[in-house]
Design a binder for this molecule. Structure first.
Ligand SMILES: *Cc1c(COP(=O)(O)O)cnc(C)c1O
Length: 339
């Protein structure tokens, strides 16, 4: 194996040795197959390609100081993928099959799990697609579930350093009663133009306004938005926001720290009232935000006066990372050791 420069890993695709696959044909899941090919042989009329029958997950495995590999809250990813499958009428991957697949693929690629202490991890990408041919608009009669993995560095090259975001209201990633609450590729396709423009205009990501009325904060690009105000942890409650497992975990940690949780509509107008703001998700855990510019009004909101992440965001981040790496007590049994 080539030497891996663990310290300078990007957040991107990295070829490893194996992936795992399983087909559902006529309502029945087959056996889990191990593959060393990076390619799939797909029918050109597959519903994933034409009608967006596709869902994915993103999760991480961490190596602890004890050298053990830990998977963080994988059952939540399994459940979410089942909800995504229901949402776009695909065969659901049973929790047992999901578990077998992710543990097998991590074990087979154990040498690619980065060493402890570098902020790097093994990223897992479970994928479910309609693989059967249809030309009429209807669900596929065949599905492919697969999981590939790869070592990754921090999502934002800034690491746990504050980023600048832009609030926009002229693009929507999801409709009010659409698919924003499930992890399907279509939401990402719909967000690409907005993200690309935001990056060209100098921002790390964009914050979408609520698509129904435009008054509220929806998603922060591919992550959830949260704010700290006094002793409260505030995060949007919206049908078009993806229920983030990181956000759910941060709410539990915040509760344990004695904070009050406010899961509610969050108005863009409130941005001036917050002490700290951030984006959260598996990829970055927390990306602290130092500045938000409203693209329509030009209004600017500043945080992190000293240039560093705020104290509460820092505490939440450190605690979650410590649990994931086995440095702190795993009170809620969020980790499963891969043996
Ligand atoms: C995956 C995702 C998140 C983060 O969810 P986690 O479970 O914390 O990784 C947030 N928003 C969107 C749109 C996502 O796709």
């Amino acid at each position: 194996m080539m030497e891996i420069d663990w310290k300078n890993l990007p957040f991107g695709y990295f070829k490893t040795d194996y992936n795992v696959r399983c087909y559902n044909r006529n309502g029945q899941w087959g056996v889990l197959e191990v593959s060393s090919s990076e390619y799939i042989n797909l029918h050109m009329a597959a519903t994933a390609l034409h009608y967006g029958q596709e869902a994915f997950e993103g999760m991480k495995a961490f190596r602890g100081e004890d050298n053990k590999i830990r998977l963080f809250r994988w059952e939540e990813n399994a459940k979410r993928m089942q909800r995504s499958a229901q949402g776009v009428m695909m065969a659901e991957v049973p929790t047992e099959l999901f578990k077998e697949a992710i543990f097998k693929v991590v074990k087979l690629n154990a040498k690619y799990v980065p060493p402890f202490g570098l902020g790097a991890s093994l990223y897992l990408r479970p994928l479910l697609i309609g693989s059967g041919p249809e030309v009429g608009v209807k669900p596929s009669s065949e599905y492919l579930f697969m999981v590939f993995v790869g070592p990754v560095g921090p999502y934002f090259k800034e690491g746990f350093n504050p980023v600048e975001l832009q609030v926009i209201g002229d693009y929507d990633r999801a409709a009010p009663n659409g698919t924003g609450h499930i992890k399907v590729g279509g939401n990402y396709a719909a967000s690409l133009r907005a993200l690309d423009r935001g990056k060209k205009e100098g921002y790390a990501s964009v914050i979408f306004r609520s698509s129904a009325d435009r008054d509220y904060i929806d998603e922060a690009g591919p992550a959830n938005f949260f704010a700290i105000k006094g002793n409260s942890y505030i995060t949007p409650d919206s049908h078009s926001v993806l229920p983030s497992i990181t956000n759910m975990s941060l709410r539990q940690i915040a509760t344990d720290m004695g904070m009050k949780i406010e899961l509610r509509s969050v108005a863009v107008d409130e941005l001036g009232d917050f002490d700290e703001v951030g984006a959260c998700g598996t990829a970055a855990v927390i990306s602290p935000i130092r500045k938000i510019v409203d693209r329509q009004t030009g209004k600017t909101y500043q945080y992190c006066k000293d240039g560093k992440a705020g104290p509460m965001s820092t505490k939440l981040y450190n605690k979650l990372r410590a649990i994931q790496e086995g440095r702190d007590a795993d009170t809620y049994n969020w980790n499963t050791i891969v043996e």
